[in-house]
Design a protein around this ligand. Structure first.
Ligand code: FAD
Length: 575
């Protein structure tokens, strides 16, 4: 008939989806469609203006997902932001470009993913990147990098914003971190992140605009005749070819049912593959609406089971963020922008209490695994225990960073935000459909602070954050603590007092992952090492859903690399 038909359909024109669209459509013999629920935001200043981070949150280009009340964390639900635009969450994020630790990416291979390790991913970090080397003036303000760790001919502009904050901030800040035992790290993107850094961002320095995945991967190739973009189009579910009688044949998706901008429902057909890139809070839901998931959940909503895949939507992991704020002295010249991050390992954070903390977490692993498996109902104690043991080793043996503190002075208000989060929380939760109506809200439960390690880490880091503001010479620039303030959390507040305040004020760090995790099925995987959904013949997931456990960096750099690798794997299959 007249129904549109393509070789590949990509669901979600976001951070990862546009990488895949660009690379697959390089071959002019194949046709590609991108289905995106949002619109073009090329001239939305909340997207483009590099100084407006946060302004897009809560607007029409934020999906504004919401968790259920968090029973281990004070009871309140949490707002979960995600971008609804061509470019996805790369349109609304903080633009921070920081990758991961070597040891944690190397573990991907240990959980059933042949070929996924730091060295192989490094090739793709570089492939995606176009590093704009810092100018001499920017180097004076702390911008630094090592050329061998960066790409020079990829689509994504990475670098430092045009105007950077003055030396009167970065100098004292660096001296304060040195006084606290933390060295300057001149290349945090080479797999070893501990230290203080002035990080690069996804930014087009010459144009002085945010570099989102649209500007990097879509607009330069938007005229390709073999690439169609469906904007304001909501993908509801996949449809399937009739079951084949061939032995070993797996179900194959024939297309995607979408709701178009004018409210009509139609199907777009796929010859080869459907690639889900709708983000970790959406791709697992599209799988469930399409009959791939835990049969008990699908049956409850009257959805026929196409593939029994019990771990879809399980293993949800996020981090928790706390903001502290200070007033800064009037004499401080705060013009310009810069990103300052400090990465601390467990030794930095726990100091002389390290060995008792180590012993208490070692004793808790089994109990953590039992409680996590119990809360899930489908993931096993033994698999969870294996993950927790690996995470324990990363923290206490490899000593990779466990806490990140971001220092953000604001010119307009002469104020300072000190923001921090735990990089490797143990708590895990889930996301599942709550209706057979694809646009109905899901049940999202990250189980924030379910396991004691997470709050211990957060309150110790809170004390470190306060120490940063109170340690010379940076303390000379700081006047008062506004949040929490000493009347709320006193200078000698107990662990319990800190914990109570933290649970009343934390937010999601928006680094949701693992809801369709890439790992072996015994461990709870949903996709294999080619990112193909287990049990299907032609459905892949390429977005943050597949990341099996947290990375210490921020997610986009790693997602661009994953999507580049995914595109190569797809091309290789049909070559
Ligand atoms: P997305 O980029 O979210 O793409 C999913 C796309 O699918 C979206 O365009 C969406 O509209 C579309 N979609 C969803 N459902 C449907 C549907 N049913 N039909 C059609 N289309 C659909 N990371 C960093 O590296 N640095 C940072 O500074 C940083 N800061 C952050 C700040 C915030 C506020 C947030 C929310 C995140 C931040 N992150 C940051 C995290 C990072 O941006 C995200 O993890 C990443 O962009 C997610 O990419 P993705 O490809 O998984 O999904």
């Amino acid at each position: 008939g007249n129904s549109p038909r393509y070789d590949y359909i990509i669901v979600g024109g976001g951070t990862s989806g546009l990488v895949v669209a660009n690379r697959l459509s390089e071959d002019c013999n194949v046709t590609v469609a991108v289905i995106e629920a949002g619109d073009v935001e090329l001239y939305n200043p909340n997207v483009t203006d590099t100084s407006r981070y946060g302004n897009a949150l809560g607007t029409a280009i934020d999906w504004q997902y919401k968790s259920i009340p968090q029973k281990f964390a004070g009871g309140a639900p949490q707002g979960l932001s995600a971008g609804k635009a061509l470019g996805g969450t790369s349109d609304i994020n903080g633009m921070t470009y920081l990758r991961a630790e070597t040891a944690q990416i190397d573990l991907w291979e240990q959980v059933g993913n042949d070929g996924w390790n730091w060295n192989s991913l490094m090739e793709y970090y570089k492939k995606s990147e176009h590093m704009q080397p810092p100018t001499a003036g920017q180097m004076l303000l702390g911008a630094s990098y090592e050329p061998e760790s960066h790409g020079t001919s990829g689509p994504l502009e990475v670098g430092w914003t045009k105007s950077m904050m003055g030396r009167e901030v970065v100098g004292p800040l660096n001296e304060t971190f040195t006084a606290l035992g933390l060295p300057f790290n001149k290349e945090p993107n080479a797999g070893s992140m501990r230290g203080f850094n002035v990080f690069p961002k996804s930014v087009d320095r010459a144009r002085n605009v945010r570099e989102d995945s649209g500007r990097a991967y879509y607009w330069p190739i938007s005229e390709r005749p073999n690439l169609d973009l469906y904007l304001n189009t909501f993908a509801e579910r996949m449809v399937w070819h009739p079951a084949s009688n061939e032995p070993g044949a797996k179900p194959k998706a024939s297309g995607v049912v979408v709701m178009t901008a004018n409210g009509t429902c139609t199907t777009i057909y796929a010859n080869r593959e459907v690639i889900l890139s709708a983000g970790s809070l959406r791709s697992p839901l599209i799988l469930e609406q399409s009959g791939i998931g835990n049969p008990a959940i699908l049956k409850k909503h009257g959805i026929d089971v196409v593939v029994d895949s019990p771990f879809v939507g399980e293993n949800l992991q996020d981090q928790t963020t706390t903001d502290m704020s200070y007033t800064m002295s009037n004499s401080t010249n705060l013009t310009g922008l810069a990103g300052y991050a400090a990465y601390f390992n467990v030794e930095d954070v726990f100091g002389s209490d390290l060995s008792s903390f180590n012993a208490s977490i070692a004793r808790s692993i089994r109990n953590y695994a039992e409680r996590t498996a119990n809360a899930s109902g489908t993931i096993s104690v033994s698999a969870t225990e294996k993950f927790f043991q690996m995470q324990y080793d990363l923290i206490f043996k490899n000593k990779i960073p466990i806490s990140e503190i971001i220092i953000a002075p604001a010119a307009a208000t002469k104020s300072l935000t000190v923001e921090y989060w735990g990089l490797l929380p143990f708590s895990r939760g889930s996301i599942h459909i709550n209706s057979s109506n694809a646009s109905a809200p899901a049940t999202i439960d990250p189980n924030y602070f379910m396991l004691d390690y997470d709050i211990q880490q957060q309150l110790r880091t809170g004390r470190m954050a306060r120490a940063v503001a109170n340690t010379a010479p940076f303390s000379d620039l700081v006047v008062d603590e506004v949040t929490p303030g000493l009347s709320t959390v006193s200078a000698n507040a107990s662990d319990a007092e800190w914990a109570e305040w933290l649970k009343s004020t934390y937010r999601s760090n928006f680094h949701y992952i693992a809801t369709a995790a890439m790992m072996s099925q015994e461990l709870g995987g949903v996709v294999d090492s080619n990112l193909t959904v287990y049990g299907t013949g032609n459905v892949r997931v390429v977005d943050a859903s597949v990341v099996p456990f947290q990375v210490c960096g921020h997610l986009t750099s790693t997602l661009y690399a994953i999507a580049e690798k995914a595109a190569d794997m797809i091309k290789a299959k049909y070559a």
